[in-house]
Design a protein around this ligand. Structure first.
Ligand SMILES: Cc1ncc(COP(=O)(O)O)c(C=O)c1O
Length: 438
């Protein structure tokens, strides 16, 4: 293609936009065209994976659709009644920071909020985050400048918890750090931060004058004894943003609806200015989606919601424990830990287990050639995933797609069919054993 425009105007940061969870889908589609049937274990959409939406939730939405107001724009910050409802929930949590409706700001999903949250921080200032990390956060951080990421390790051997000393040293020796960002419960590891770790992170933020971003989209999916601790309950006087949404817990990802709790928004002039910037940037877009905002008080306020939340948490607990037991008992060369939240499970490979000579049998020569081309120069975990997809037809996400050098992969526990899930596990386990020659 020729260069017919007069300048190289494209933003340098574009090269840092990566979303392996969906990028791997292109590879899967190419395999499908070559005749491979794929089981998709990569995308975190409970509805697409087959979970049925509760009839009473559908009814709430259908009744709202009958009102003309549902079809209108809503206020830029979000519908007042809904913001009041959510502000009350936050303020009534034990030990919580108190907020009012103007501290709640609606977005078209958390992904939209994340985009603006990082965008409004000066180019040379940095947000620290874990490794591995959810790519929407890392990509938005990466887009702002050509700096290397500042990431602290979530250690698979230590239940995917971070080391507070590493976090503190990173903050201390990098004065350009203005915030620490975490996902709790976490994607991709399924770990839930312990109270001690959270208190430690808040303490560091307090002592160094930085703020905290906490993506809590999975806050309603906690199990295996995990305490559901919200940022608002541990923050004290430290400023922070808690990111919430309905994509995973109603579940209604297609609603594109999420909101930010701006906590201690008046605790400093800088944080106030930043929160005002977030509000203004939403005004530039007029408003966020109206229908889901109208539905939120009716869904979360319905006594049936508590039952749904508990049922789903138990369901994901059972499935996750099944994955853990399977890998622990059957698959050498891997590190697994029981998860406590969300519907993901990360399997890490032990150091030195993978190399660039390993393969899996692929009968069809066209498919084999396609795979051999696709794995040239890629990370070792991605190489394994590409071979497994071609050989076994199972699509998972390589862990290095979550901006980490920990080799492994993430699968979801979303398939509602127990037998099919069990078979997929066996196909993954057998692929690993053959691939590493165990
Ligand atoms: C940690 C995390 N944050 C945000 C999102 C996206 O949320 P939303 O649908 O509200 O944009 C996801 C989706 O998988 C996620 O895993």
């Amino acid at each position: 293609m020729k260069k017919s425009l007069r300048s190289e105007f494209v933003h340098d940061g574009i090269k840092n936009l990566h979303y392996e969870i969906r990028e791997i889908v292109d590879y899967g589609h190419a395999l499908q065209k070559l005749g491979v049937e794929i089981s998709w274990e990569n995308i975190g959409d409970p509805v697409a994976a087959g979970e049925e939406v509760e009839p009473w939730i559908k009814e709430i939405v259908m009744n709202l659709m009958k009102e003309d107001a549902t079809w209108a724009y809503c206020p830029s910050r979000g519908i007042l009644k809904t913001r009041e409802f959510l502000a009350d929930i936050v303020s009534n949590r034990p030990n919580s920071v108190k907020v009012g409706p103007n501290d709640i700001l609606f977005f078209n999903g958390i992904a939209d909020a994340v985009d603006k949250i990082y965008d409004l921080i000066k180019k040379d200032d940095r947000v620290m985050m874990p490794s591995p990390s959810y790519p929407t956060h890392t990509s938005n951080e990466g887009k702002r400048g050509d700096y290397s990421y500042l990431q602290f390790k979530l250690d698979p051997v230590n239940n995917w918890q971070p080391d507070l000393e590493e976090i503190e040293n990173m903050v201390k020796y990098n004065p350009q750090v203005v915030a620490i960002s975490i996902v709790n419960p976490d994607n991709p590891t399924g770990a839930v931060y312990t109270r001690k770790t959270l208190d430690g992170i808040v303490d560091i933020a307090r002592r160094y004058g930085i703020f905290i971003i906490c993506d809590e989209i999975y806050a309603h999916i906690c199990y295996n004894g995990a305490e559901t601790l919200h940022l608002s309950q541990i923050l004290g006087e430290v400023p922070g943003l808690a990111l919430r949404g309905i994509s995973k817990d109603v579940p209604w990802p297609g609603a594109r609806c999420g909101w930010v709790e701006m906590l201690n928004s008046n605790s400093s002039t800088q944080f106030r200015e930043y929160c005002d910037g977030l509000i203004k940037s939403k005004m530039m877009e007029v408003c966020s989606t109206t229908l889901p905002q109208l539905a939120i008080p009716e869904i979360y306020g319905d006594p049936r919601y508590m039952d749904l939340k508990e049922r789903r948490a138990k369901m994901f607990e059972r499935r996750s424990n099944q994955v853990y037991e399977y890998f622990k008992e059957n698959v050498p060369g891997t590190i697994v830990r029981p998860t406590q939240g969300a519907f993901y499970f990360s399997v890490a490979f032990e150091d030195g287990v993978l190399n660039d000579k390993q393969t899996l049998p692929i009968k069809d020569s066209n498919i084999r050639e396609f795979v051999e081309q696709s794995v040239r120069g890629v990370q070792l975990d991605k190489r394994f995933v590409h071979y497994m997809m071609a050989s076994e037809g199972v699509c998972v996400t390589p862990l290095t797609g979550f901006h980490t050098d920990i080799q492994g992969f993430r699968l979801t526990t979303l398939d509602p069919d127990d037998d099919r899930r069990t078979r997929v596990l066996e196909r993954i386990g057998n692929s690993i054993k053959r691939y590493i020659g165990a």
